[in-house]
Design a protein around this ligand. Structure first.
Ligand SMILES: *Cc1c(COP(=O)(O)O)cnc(C)c1O
Length: 422
């Protein structure tokens, strides 16, 4: 059996126990080399035609990680004014930011227009609203440019809650409504510069995505002179890596994508800028959470290990039934899964909810009080979905830099922070 931590030398020679005692637990620990590696990979999904990868920042908006994305040549997708503001603060020029919101208020569209950020509209009514806001702001016709999000009619993903592309999901404009897109665009003198889609999150088989690309390119023929076509994100990562699950087959995916693009470029007469929107793939594997076990007990035959990694720190297991591999450290040493007797245990947090479960009936080395848990693949939808539920301040984030040094990239929230809003 493998250890991801050992195979990747995740802590680069630093002892996790030292990190835990210096910054407290729970703490998010990032590895700069892994983050950069994954970002560099998505930057090269298409090499034959003009292409940009837009890192979908909702996966992780730590400003230091946004700066890595900037350095790795990625553009970014933002979902809110908050995300746009963080990106601008991280140094992204507005041309490298794409606003992909849904159900937003006029002031949010006005914010994007005022700052020159390209926006994608997710419904006919939002497109109409965009036109109204342009009128109110007296935007010149040449500057009335936007994209529209198409609902591809097909979806994929690891959980119903993250499949975004099905006919009945809330996202995008149905294909049969495309004629009305043109009517609204003409009414407000808007140029539809791009189309985008997103079928869902976390697929390991490229085929549904390739089918969705083919489908969007078929739809693209209805739009003249598109500047860009954006296929969306969702590339998966192996959450069961301790059981030898393989990485997303990026090379295979790329070689199957290219002929689809060749065919489109030949029939469309030009190559627009192609884009994709990976979030998880860029950041998930570049982070772990270290947390402390404070209690163990047995209840009706179930062996529980109680830690400080509650659902407020990592919500994915309780929200999506997601699996996160766990490695166990004792006195600063990895407890080897090969040598230990693995027993079925349920790992929980410290939140007053029976659903506060990190791992259910999981085969793990027998966990003892004082052990340090290392939860893998927490860089995406980890800290960004943290909450202060039970009035617990949100954890610190530290980075293992490429030179092996440990740097704090977000301080721990304090009780004073919680009180400061009253
Ligand atoms: C969340 C999201 C993404 C990124 O999804 P991942 O599964 O993290 O790659 C891309 N595009 C849109 C529109 C999204 O909402």
């Amino acid at each position: 059996m493998t250890s991801f931590i050992q195979n990747t030398d995740f802590f680069a020679g630093n002892n996790p126990e030292t990190i835990a005692s210096e910054y407290g637990t729970p703490v998010y620990v990032y590895n700069e080399k892994i983050l950069r590696d994954r970002m560099a990979k998505v930057a090269k999904v298409i090499t034959k035609y003009p292409y940009t990868a837009n890192y979908s920042v909702k996966a992780n908006t730590n400003i230091h990680i946004l700066k890595l994305a900037l350095e790795e040549g990625l553009n970014c997708d933002a979902m809110s004014i908050g995300e746009i503001t963080l990106l601008m603060k991280a140094g992204f020029p507005v041309e490298r930011i794409f606003f992909v919101p849904n159900n937003v208020a006029p002031y949010e569209l006005a914010f994007a227009l005022k700052n020159g950020v390209m926006t994608s509209l997710d419904s006919l009514s939002q497109l109409e609203l965009f036109g109204e806001v342009c009128n109110q702001m007296k935007i010149e016709p040449e500057k009335r440019k936007c994209a529209v999000r198409i609902n591809p009619g097909v979806g994929a993903g690891h959980h119903e809650k993250v499949v975004t592309g099905g006919k009945k999901t809330k996202f995008g404009i149905a294909e049969y409504s495309i004629p009305q897109i043109f009517e609204i665009a003409e009414k407000y003198q808007i140029t539809i510069a791009g189309i985008n889609q997103h079928i869902g999150s976390l697929f390991m088989d490229p085929q549904p995505y390739l089918d969705a690309v083919t489908n969007l390119l078929r739809i693209a023929h209805q739009f003249k002179n598109l500047e860009f076509i954006d296929f969306g994100g969702g590339y998966g990562i192996p959450y069961h890596k301790l059981d030898e699950e393989k990485e997303f087959p990026m090379e295979d995916f790329k070689s199957r994508l290219e002929p689809i693009l060749d065919e489109f470029v030949a029939s469309y007469g030009k190559a627009p800028l192609f884009k994709s929107e990976p979030g998880r793939f860029c950041v998930a594997e570049g982070s772990v959470i270290l947390g402390r076990v404070h209690a163990t007990k047995e209840n009706s035959g179930i062996q529980f290990a109680g830690s400080d990694i509650g659902m407020n720190v990592l919500v994915r297991p309780s929200m999506y039934d997601s699996h996160h591999d766990i490695e166990v450290f004792r006195d600063g040493e990895l407890v080897s899964r090969d040598e230990a007797d693995l027993t079925e245990q349920t790992v929980t947090g410290n939140i007053c909810e029976s659903g506060d479960i990190l791992a259910k009936n999981r085969l793990l080395p027998k966990i003892e009080e004082g052990d340090l848990l290392c939860v893998l693949d927490t860089g995406a939808y980890g800290w960004s979905m943290c909450s202060t539920y039970n009035s617990r301040p949100r954890p610190a984030e530290v980075m293992i830099c490429a030179n092996g040094k440990v740097k704090q990239i977000r301080r721990k929230e304090t009780i004073e922070d919680l009180l400061s809003m009253f």
